[in-house]
Each structure stands twice: as C-alpha cells, then as structure tokens.
Design a protein around this ligand. Structure first.
Ligand code: AMP
Ligand code: MG
Length: 516
C-alpha cells in the first residue's frame, strides 16, 4: 500500500542545496505531492510537512502522520500572489500592502476561503490561512506541486517544531514519503498569523513579523489576548494555539525577574535538583552561561541579538529530550520584537509554568563564605575545604583569604598532611590576600581569631557580615594557631575546626530553610 499510514514506508531523504537547487529532486518531490503523498521541506521559519492543499485525502494523511487533532487547520503555502485569489474570497484591501511588504516571508494571513479549498485542509473552518514563504526550495517545490501546498510544522504534534531535517526524521521517519534536507532554517519560529477577517486585523500567533512592523504598514492591529500570560479560560482564536505545544518531555519552568535574580534563582533551583540526584537542564544565554555551576547548561543564543535565541530554541528543547533531563529551568526574555514570539513559544512549552525569581533569591542570606586567617596557608584553607565537603542545602562560593599575603604560597605542608589523612586535600591551593571587593552584601566573612576580625572592622566599612568563626556560632572554642608547631598541633586544630564547621553547616542550612 503506497501511502498506507499504518505500514511503515521508506522515507527518502534528499539533500538539497539552496544555492544550487537540483531540479530533478524538486520535480520528484513535486510529483509525490501531486499524487497525494507527503514531503517535508525547509522554509525560512521551520520545516513544513507538505501535502497538496486542494486534496482532502492528502490533508487526512498529514493529520495522521503528525498525530495532530483534525480540528487544527493547516496553512496553505503559495508561491505567487495570483494564487491567493484562487483560494481566498473577500480579500480586504490592506492585504495588498501587507503582501507587498512581507511576502514572500514569515507572515500568514487568514481570509474567507473559496470553494476550491477543502474543509479537510481548514479543519472544518470557512477561513483559510495563507503564506508565501521566501525560502527558494519551498517556493520551487510549491510550483512543482501545482501551486498550493498545505504545510504544518513537520513534527509530531506537541513536540518542538523541527528546525533541521534531522528533527523531521526523528519524528516522521517511516510515516512520510520524502524529506528534503536543506540544512538549518533561518528564523526558527513559526510564522506570524494575522487574521484578516476582522477589523482591525488580529495577531493570533506572534512571529518574526511583529505588531510594530505590521502597524507601520496598515495602522493598528489587535492581538489575541490568549497569546501571552497565564493559562486562560478563553480559547485562542487560532485553534492550534490551544494545544500544549512545542513541548519538551521534561517539565519546563520559566523563571522571571531581573536577569541577576533569574540567574541566582536558577542556580539555586539547579543546585537543589542536583542534591536530589535529579538531572536538570538550564536554558541560559551567552551572557549568563558562565554563572551556572550545576545542571546541564545550554547556551541558547545572545541577548544582544534575540534572533539567535529564536533560531536555537526548538533545537535546544529537543536536545534536552535526548539527554533525558527531568526538569528544565529557563531564563525569560523581554517581550518586545521577536522576544514576544520567543516568550509565547516558551510559555506554551512550559504549559504556562512561570515562577518569580525574587522570593527564591531572598531565601538566601549569604551566597559566599570567606574564611579569614593571617597567611591563608593553614587554618583558613582547612576550614574552607572542610566546609566544601559538607552537605549544604544551598550552594555557596567557599573561599579563604589572608590578611598578610605578600605573594601567593601553597598550603602549609603539615596542614596538607592532616587534610590527606581525612581524605581531603589542599593541593593546588594558593594563598590570596583579602581585598576590598571581598566585602559584599551576600558574603559571610569568618575570621579565625579576634585580631583578624578587628583588623577588618577597623580598615573597612559595612562590616556587619564579619565575625570570628566562634562568635558566629556562639561557641567558645578558640581555634589554636598551629603555625611553627609539630604535626600534632595541626591535628588538634583540624579536630576543632571539624566540629565548628559541622556546626556552621547546620547554621547555614537553617538560614536557607527560612530558619532565621
Ligand atoms: P502549524 O501548521 O503547525 O504552523 O500550525 C498552523 C497554525 O495556524 C495553527 O495554530 C492553526 O490553528 C492556525 N490556523 C490555520 N488556519 C487557520 C484558520 N483558518 N483560522 C485560525 N487559525 C488558523
Ligand atoms: Mg506546529
């Protein structure tokens, strides 16, 4: 059975170079479409799953291959403006200006349909969505297929849309006749959908053509209010927008706040997941990638050019699927320009799960702990290393600093010997002088003795986070200075430090649980 959806078919995959389009491949693909078959092809937005838009049976196959609900209409792709008049009626006058400015390109317009368009293609609606793509492979294929190609995104319904031929293969191999592999797409998000049957025209799905761009050409446009924001009672005007969409397998949560708050909150969430042994993914950007220490971090693009983010979004969501992460946290993006479309897709992918960063960040009293000693070669580094081995419910940057450090020195050899006996090491340690920039709002500074603390208090301002370790713990145990003494003195010092650090761990953990 040639087009049998039940029987797996052999999907032919053909590479095609947009700069040197092989006409024999195009005509082969065109005749598959003419005979009612399915061909996936690149467009400038995402890969489309092409079928003859005027063939009711071909539409059925499209729905079956995608596993898409059949009330979710397809977009009809055309290659020249005359084709529009064949499939749409009562075309409003602004259409000409819009087509002049944005076609071919990532704009879909909705009109009343002509009799020529079967209800199978429009999901039973009396309207038809039409787009003229700019991708040359797409245009040639449409012409070769007879001029009207319905093409939803070439993914399994609900999964992130495909931006490479490989993504299409993952979802549709064995279910369609052919995939044209034209490399990666340019935009990476689906077209803007503009409903031309209402006045003023209404944006039903945001895309690369933004409201501002449209308004410059035809004046005011309205926006379907279900596009952004929390899950709404109201049904979106584009039937397809009501389905959970673009979604990775893991639960995706969008974290919202200032960029700094988002990074700090995601760090904390990722650390918590890591402690639970969960595999967690993070959607980061060029600007923020380096701040994450736990979790599988994916750089989705640069905030300086949000087009890069649009282009990578779906591929990144698919990569997380492959790596089987259990939860994904994403930074959020400004809702302007293409950012609107990015946030719309992210929110759909997240099933509208958004959380505020600030309250999470506020749970953390300190983010960094510095142990202060004289030379930063024995007690300070030992304490830091001991704390690093504790089970902290929150992530801290843990460091040691010295008040008298003239040049970097390795750790004291006796201190190192003692640490080794406790299965730890100070190898690679190099002493660092305490400096003004160490005095931050979120940094807890713990001196080994009173003399060190007084020195800092007298030399710097805003020293409210400076304590001696025993003062902070309300514990009288003094920390002996083993410098110049035999190994046993270092051993005693280690024992005392160990007890204090365990106590410190409990105290820090209590802060995070909101225990203060
Ligand atoms: P896709 O083909 O995956 O890009 O999805 C097509 C989108 O266009 C879906 O969200 C559809 O609901 C929407 N769409 C297609 N035709 C119409 C129409 N006649 N009226 C409203 N929305 C439409
Ligand atoms: Mg789709």
């Amino acid at each position: 059975m040639k087009n049998g959806i039940m029987d797996p078919m052999k999907t032919i995959i053909k590479k095609i170079d947009v700069n040197q389009i092989d006409e024999t491949v195009i005509s082969e693909a065109g005749s598959i479409l003419k005979q009612g078959g399915l061909v996936a092809f690149p467009t400038e937005t995402v890969y489309g799953l092409g079928a003859n838009a005027l063939d009711e049976e071909a539409a059925k196959k499209t729905y079956a291959a995608k596993g898409r609900p059949s009330d979710n209409p397809l977009i009809v792709h055309i290659a020249d403006i005359q084709a529009l008049e064949e499939i749409a009626v009562n075309i409003p006058p602004e259409t000409e200006e819009l087509a002049f400015h944005f076609w071919p390109g990532p704009l879909t317009m909705i009109f009343e349909k002509s009799e020529k368009v079967p209800y199978g293609t429009t999901g039973g609606l009396d309207t038809v969505a039409v787009r003229m793509p700019s991708d040359l492979i797409a245009r040639e294929l449409i012409l070769a297929a007879g001029g009207f190609v319905s093409a939803p995104s070439a993914n399994t319904s609900g999964r992130p849309s495909p931006t490479t031929a490989e993504h299409v293969r993952e979802d549709l191999d064995g279910k369609i006749e052919m995939i044209l592999d034209g490399g990666s797409v340019d935009i990476g998000l689906e077209s803007t959908i503009l409903d031309m049957t209402v006045t003023p025209p209404m944006i039903l799905r945001p895309g690369a053509i933004t409201a501002d761009m449209l308004e410059k050409v035809i004046g005011p446009v309205s926006v379907d209010e279900t596009i952004l924001g929390s899950e709404s009672e109201q049904a979106p005007k584009a039937p397809g927008m009501k389905y959970r969409h673009y979604a990775p397998k893991a639960k995706l949560t969008i974290v919202e706040g200032t960029l700094r708050e988002e990074v700090l909150a995601i760090r904390q969430l990722a650390y918590a997941a890591f402690r639970e042994g969960k595999n967690v993914g993070i959607i980061a950007t060029n600007e923020t990638e380096k701040f994450y220490t736990h979790g599988l971090v994916k750089n989705i693009g640069t905030r300086e050019n949000e087009k890069t983010i649009a282009r990578n979004l779906y591929a990144v969501l698919r990569e997380f699927d492959e790596e089987e992460v259990e939860a994904i946290y994403s930074e959020s993006f400004a809702i302007q320009g293409i950012g609107n479309a990015i946030m719309n897709r992210l929110e759909k992918a997240a099933g509208h799960t958004r959380i505020a960063a600030a309250p999470i960040v506020e749970q953390q009293k300190y983010r960094r702990v510095i142990f202060l000693s004289n030379t930063d070669t024995s007690r300070g580094p030992m304490a830091a290393e001991l704390l690093k081995h504790q089970d902290l419910v929150q992530e801290y940057a843990i460091d040691s600093r010295g008040l008298i450090v003239l040049f970097p020195e390795p750790a004291n050899q006796k201190a190192e010997a003692i640490m080794k006996s406790g299965q730890m090491t100070l190898e690679g340690h190099s002493s660092v002088a305490f400096a003004e920039e160490d005095m931050q709002e979120d940094t807890l500074i713990l001196a080994m003795d009173e003399g060190q603390k007084s020195k800092v208090v007298s030399e710097y301002e805003n020293t409210k986070n400076v304590y001696t370790l025993n003062e902070f713990l309300e514990d009288d145990t003094q920390i002996p200075n083993p410098y110049g003494q035999p190994l046993t003195a270092y051993g005693e010092c280690y024992e005392i430090l160990m007890k204090l650090i365990e106590k410190l761990t409990n105290k820090l953990n209590a802060f995070t649980k909101g225990g203060e």
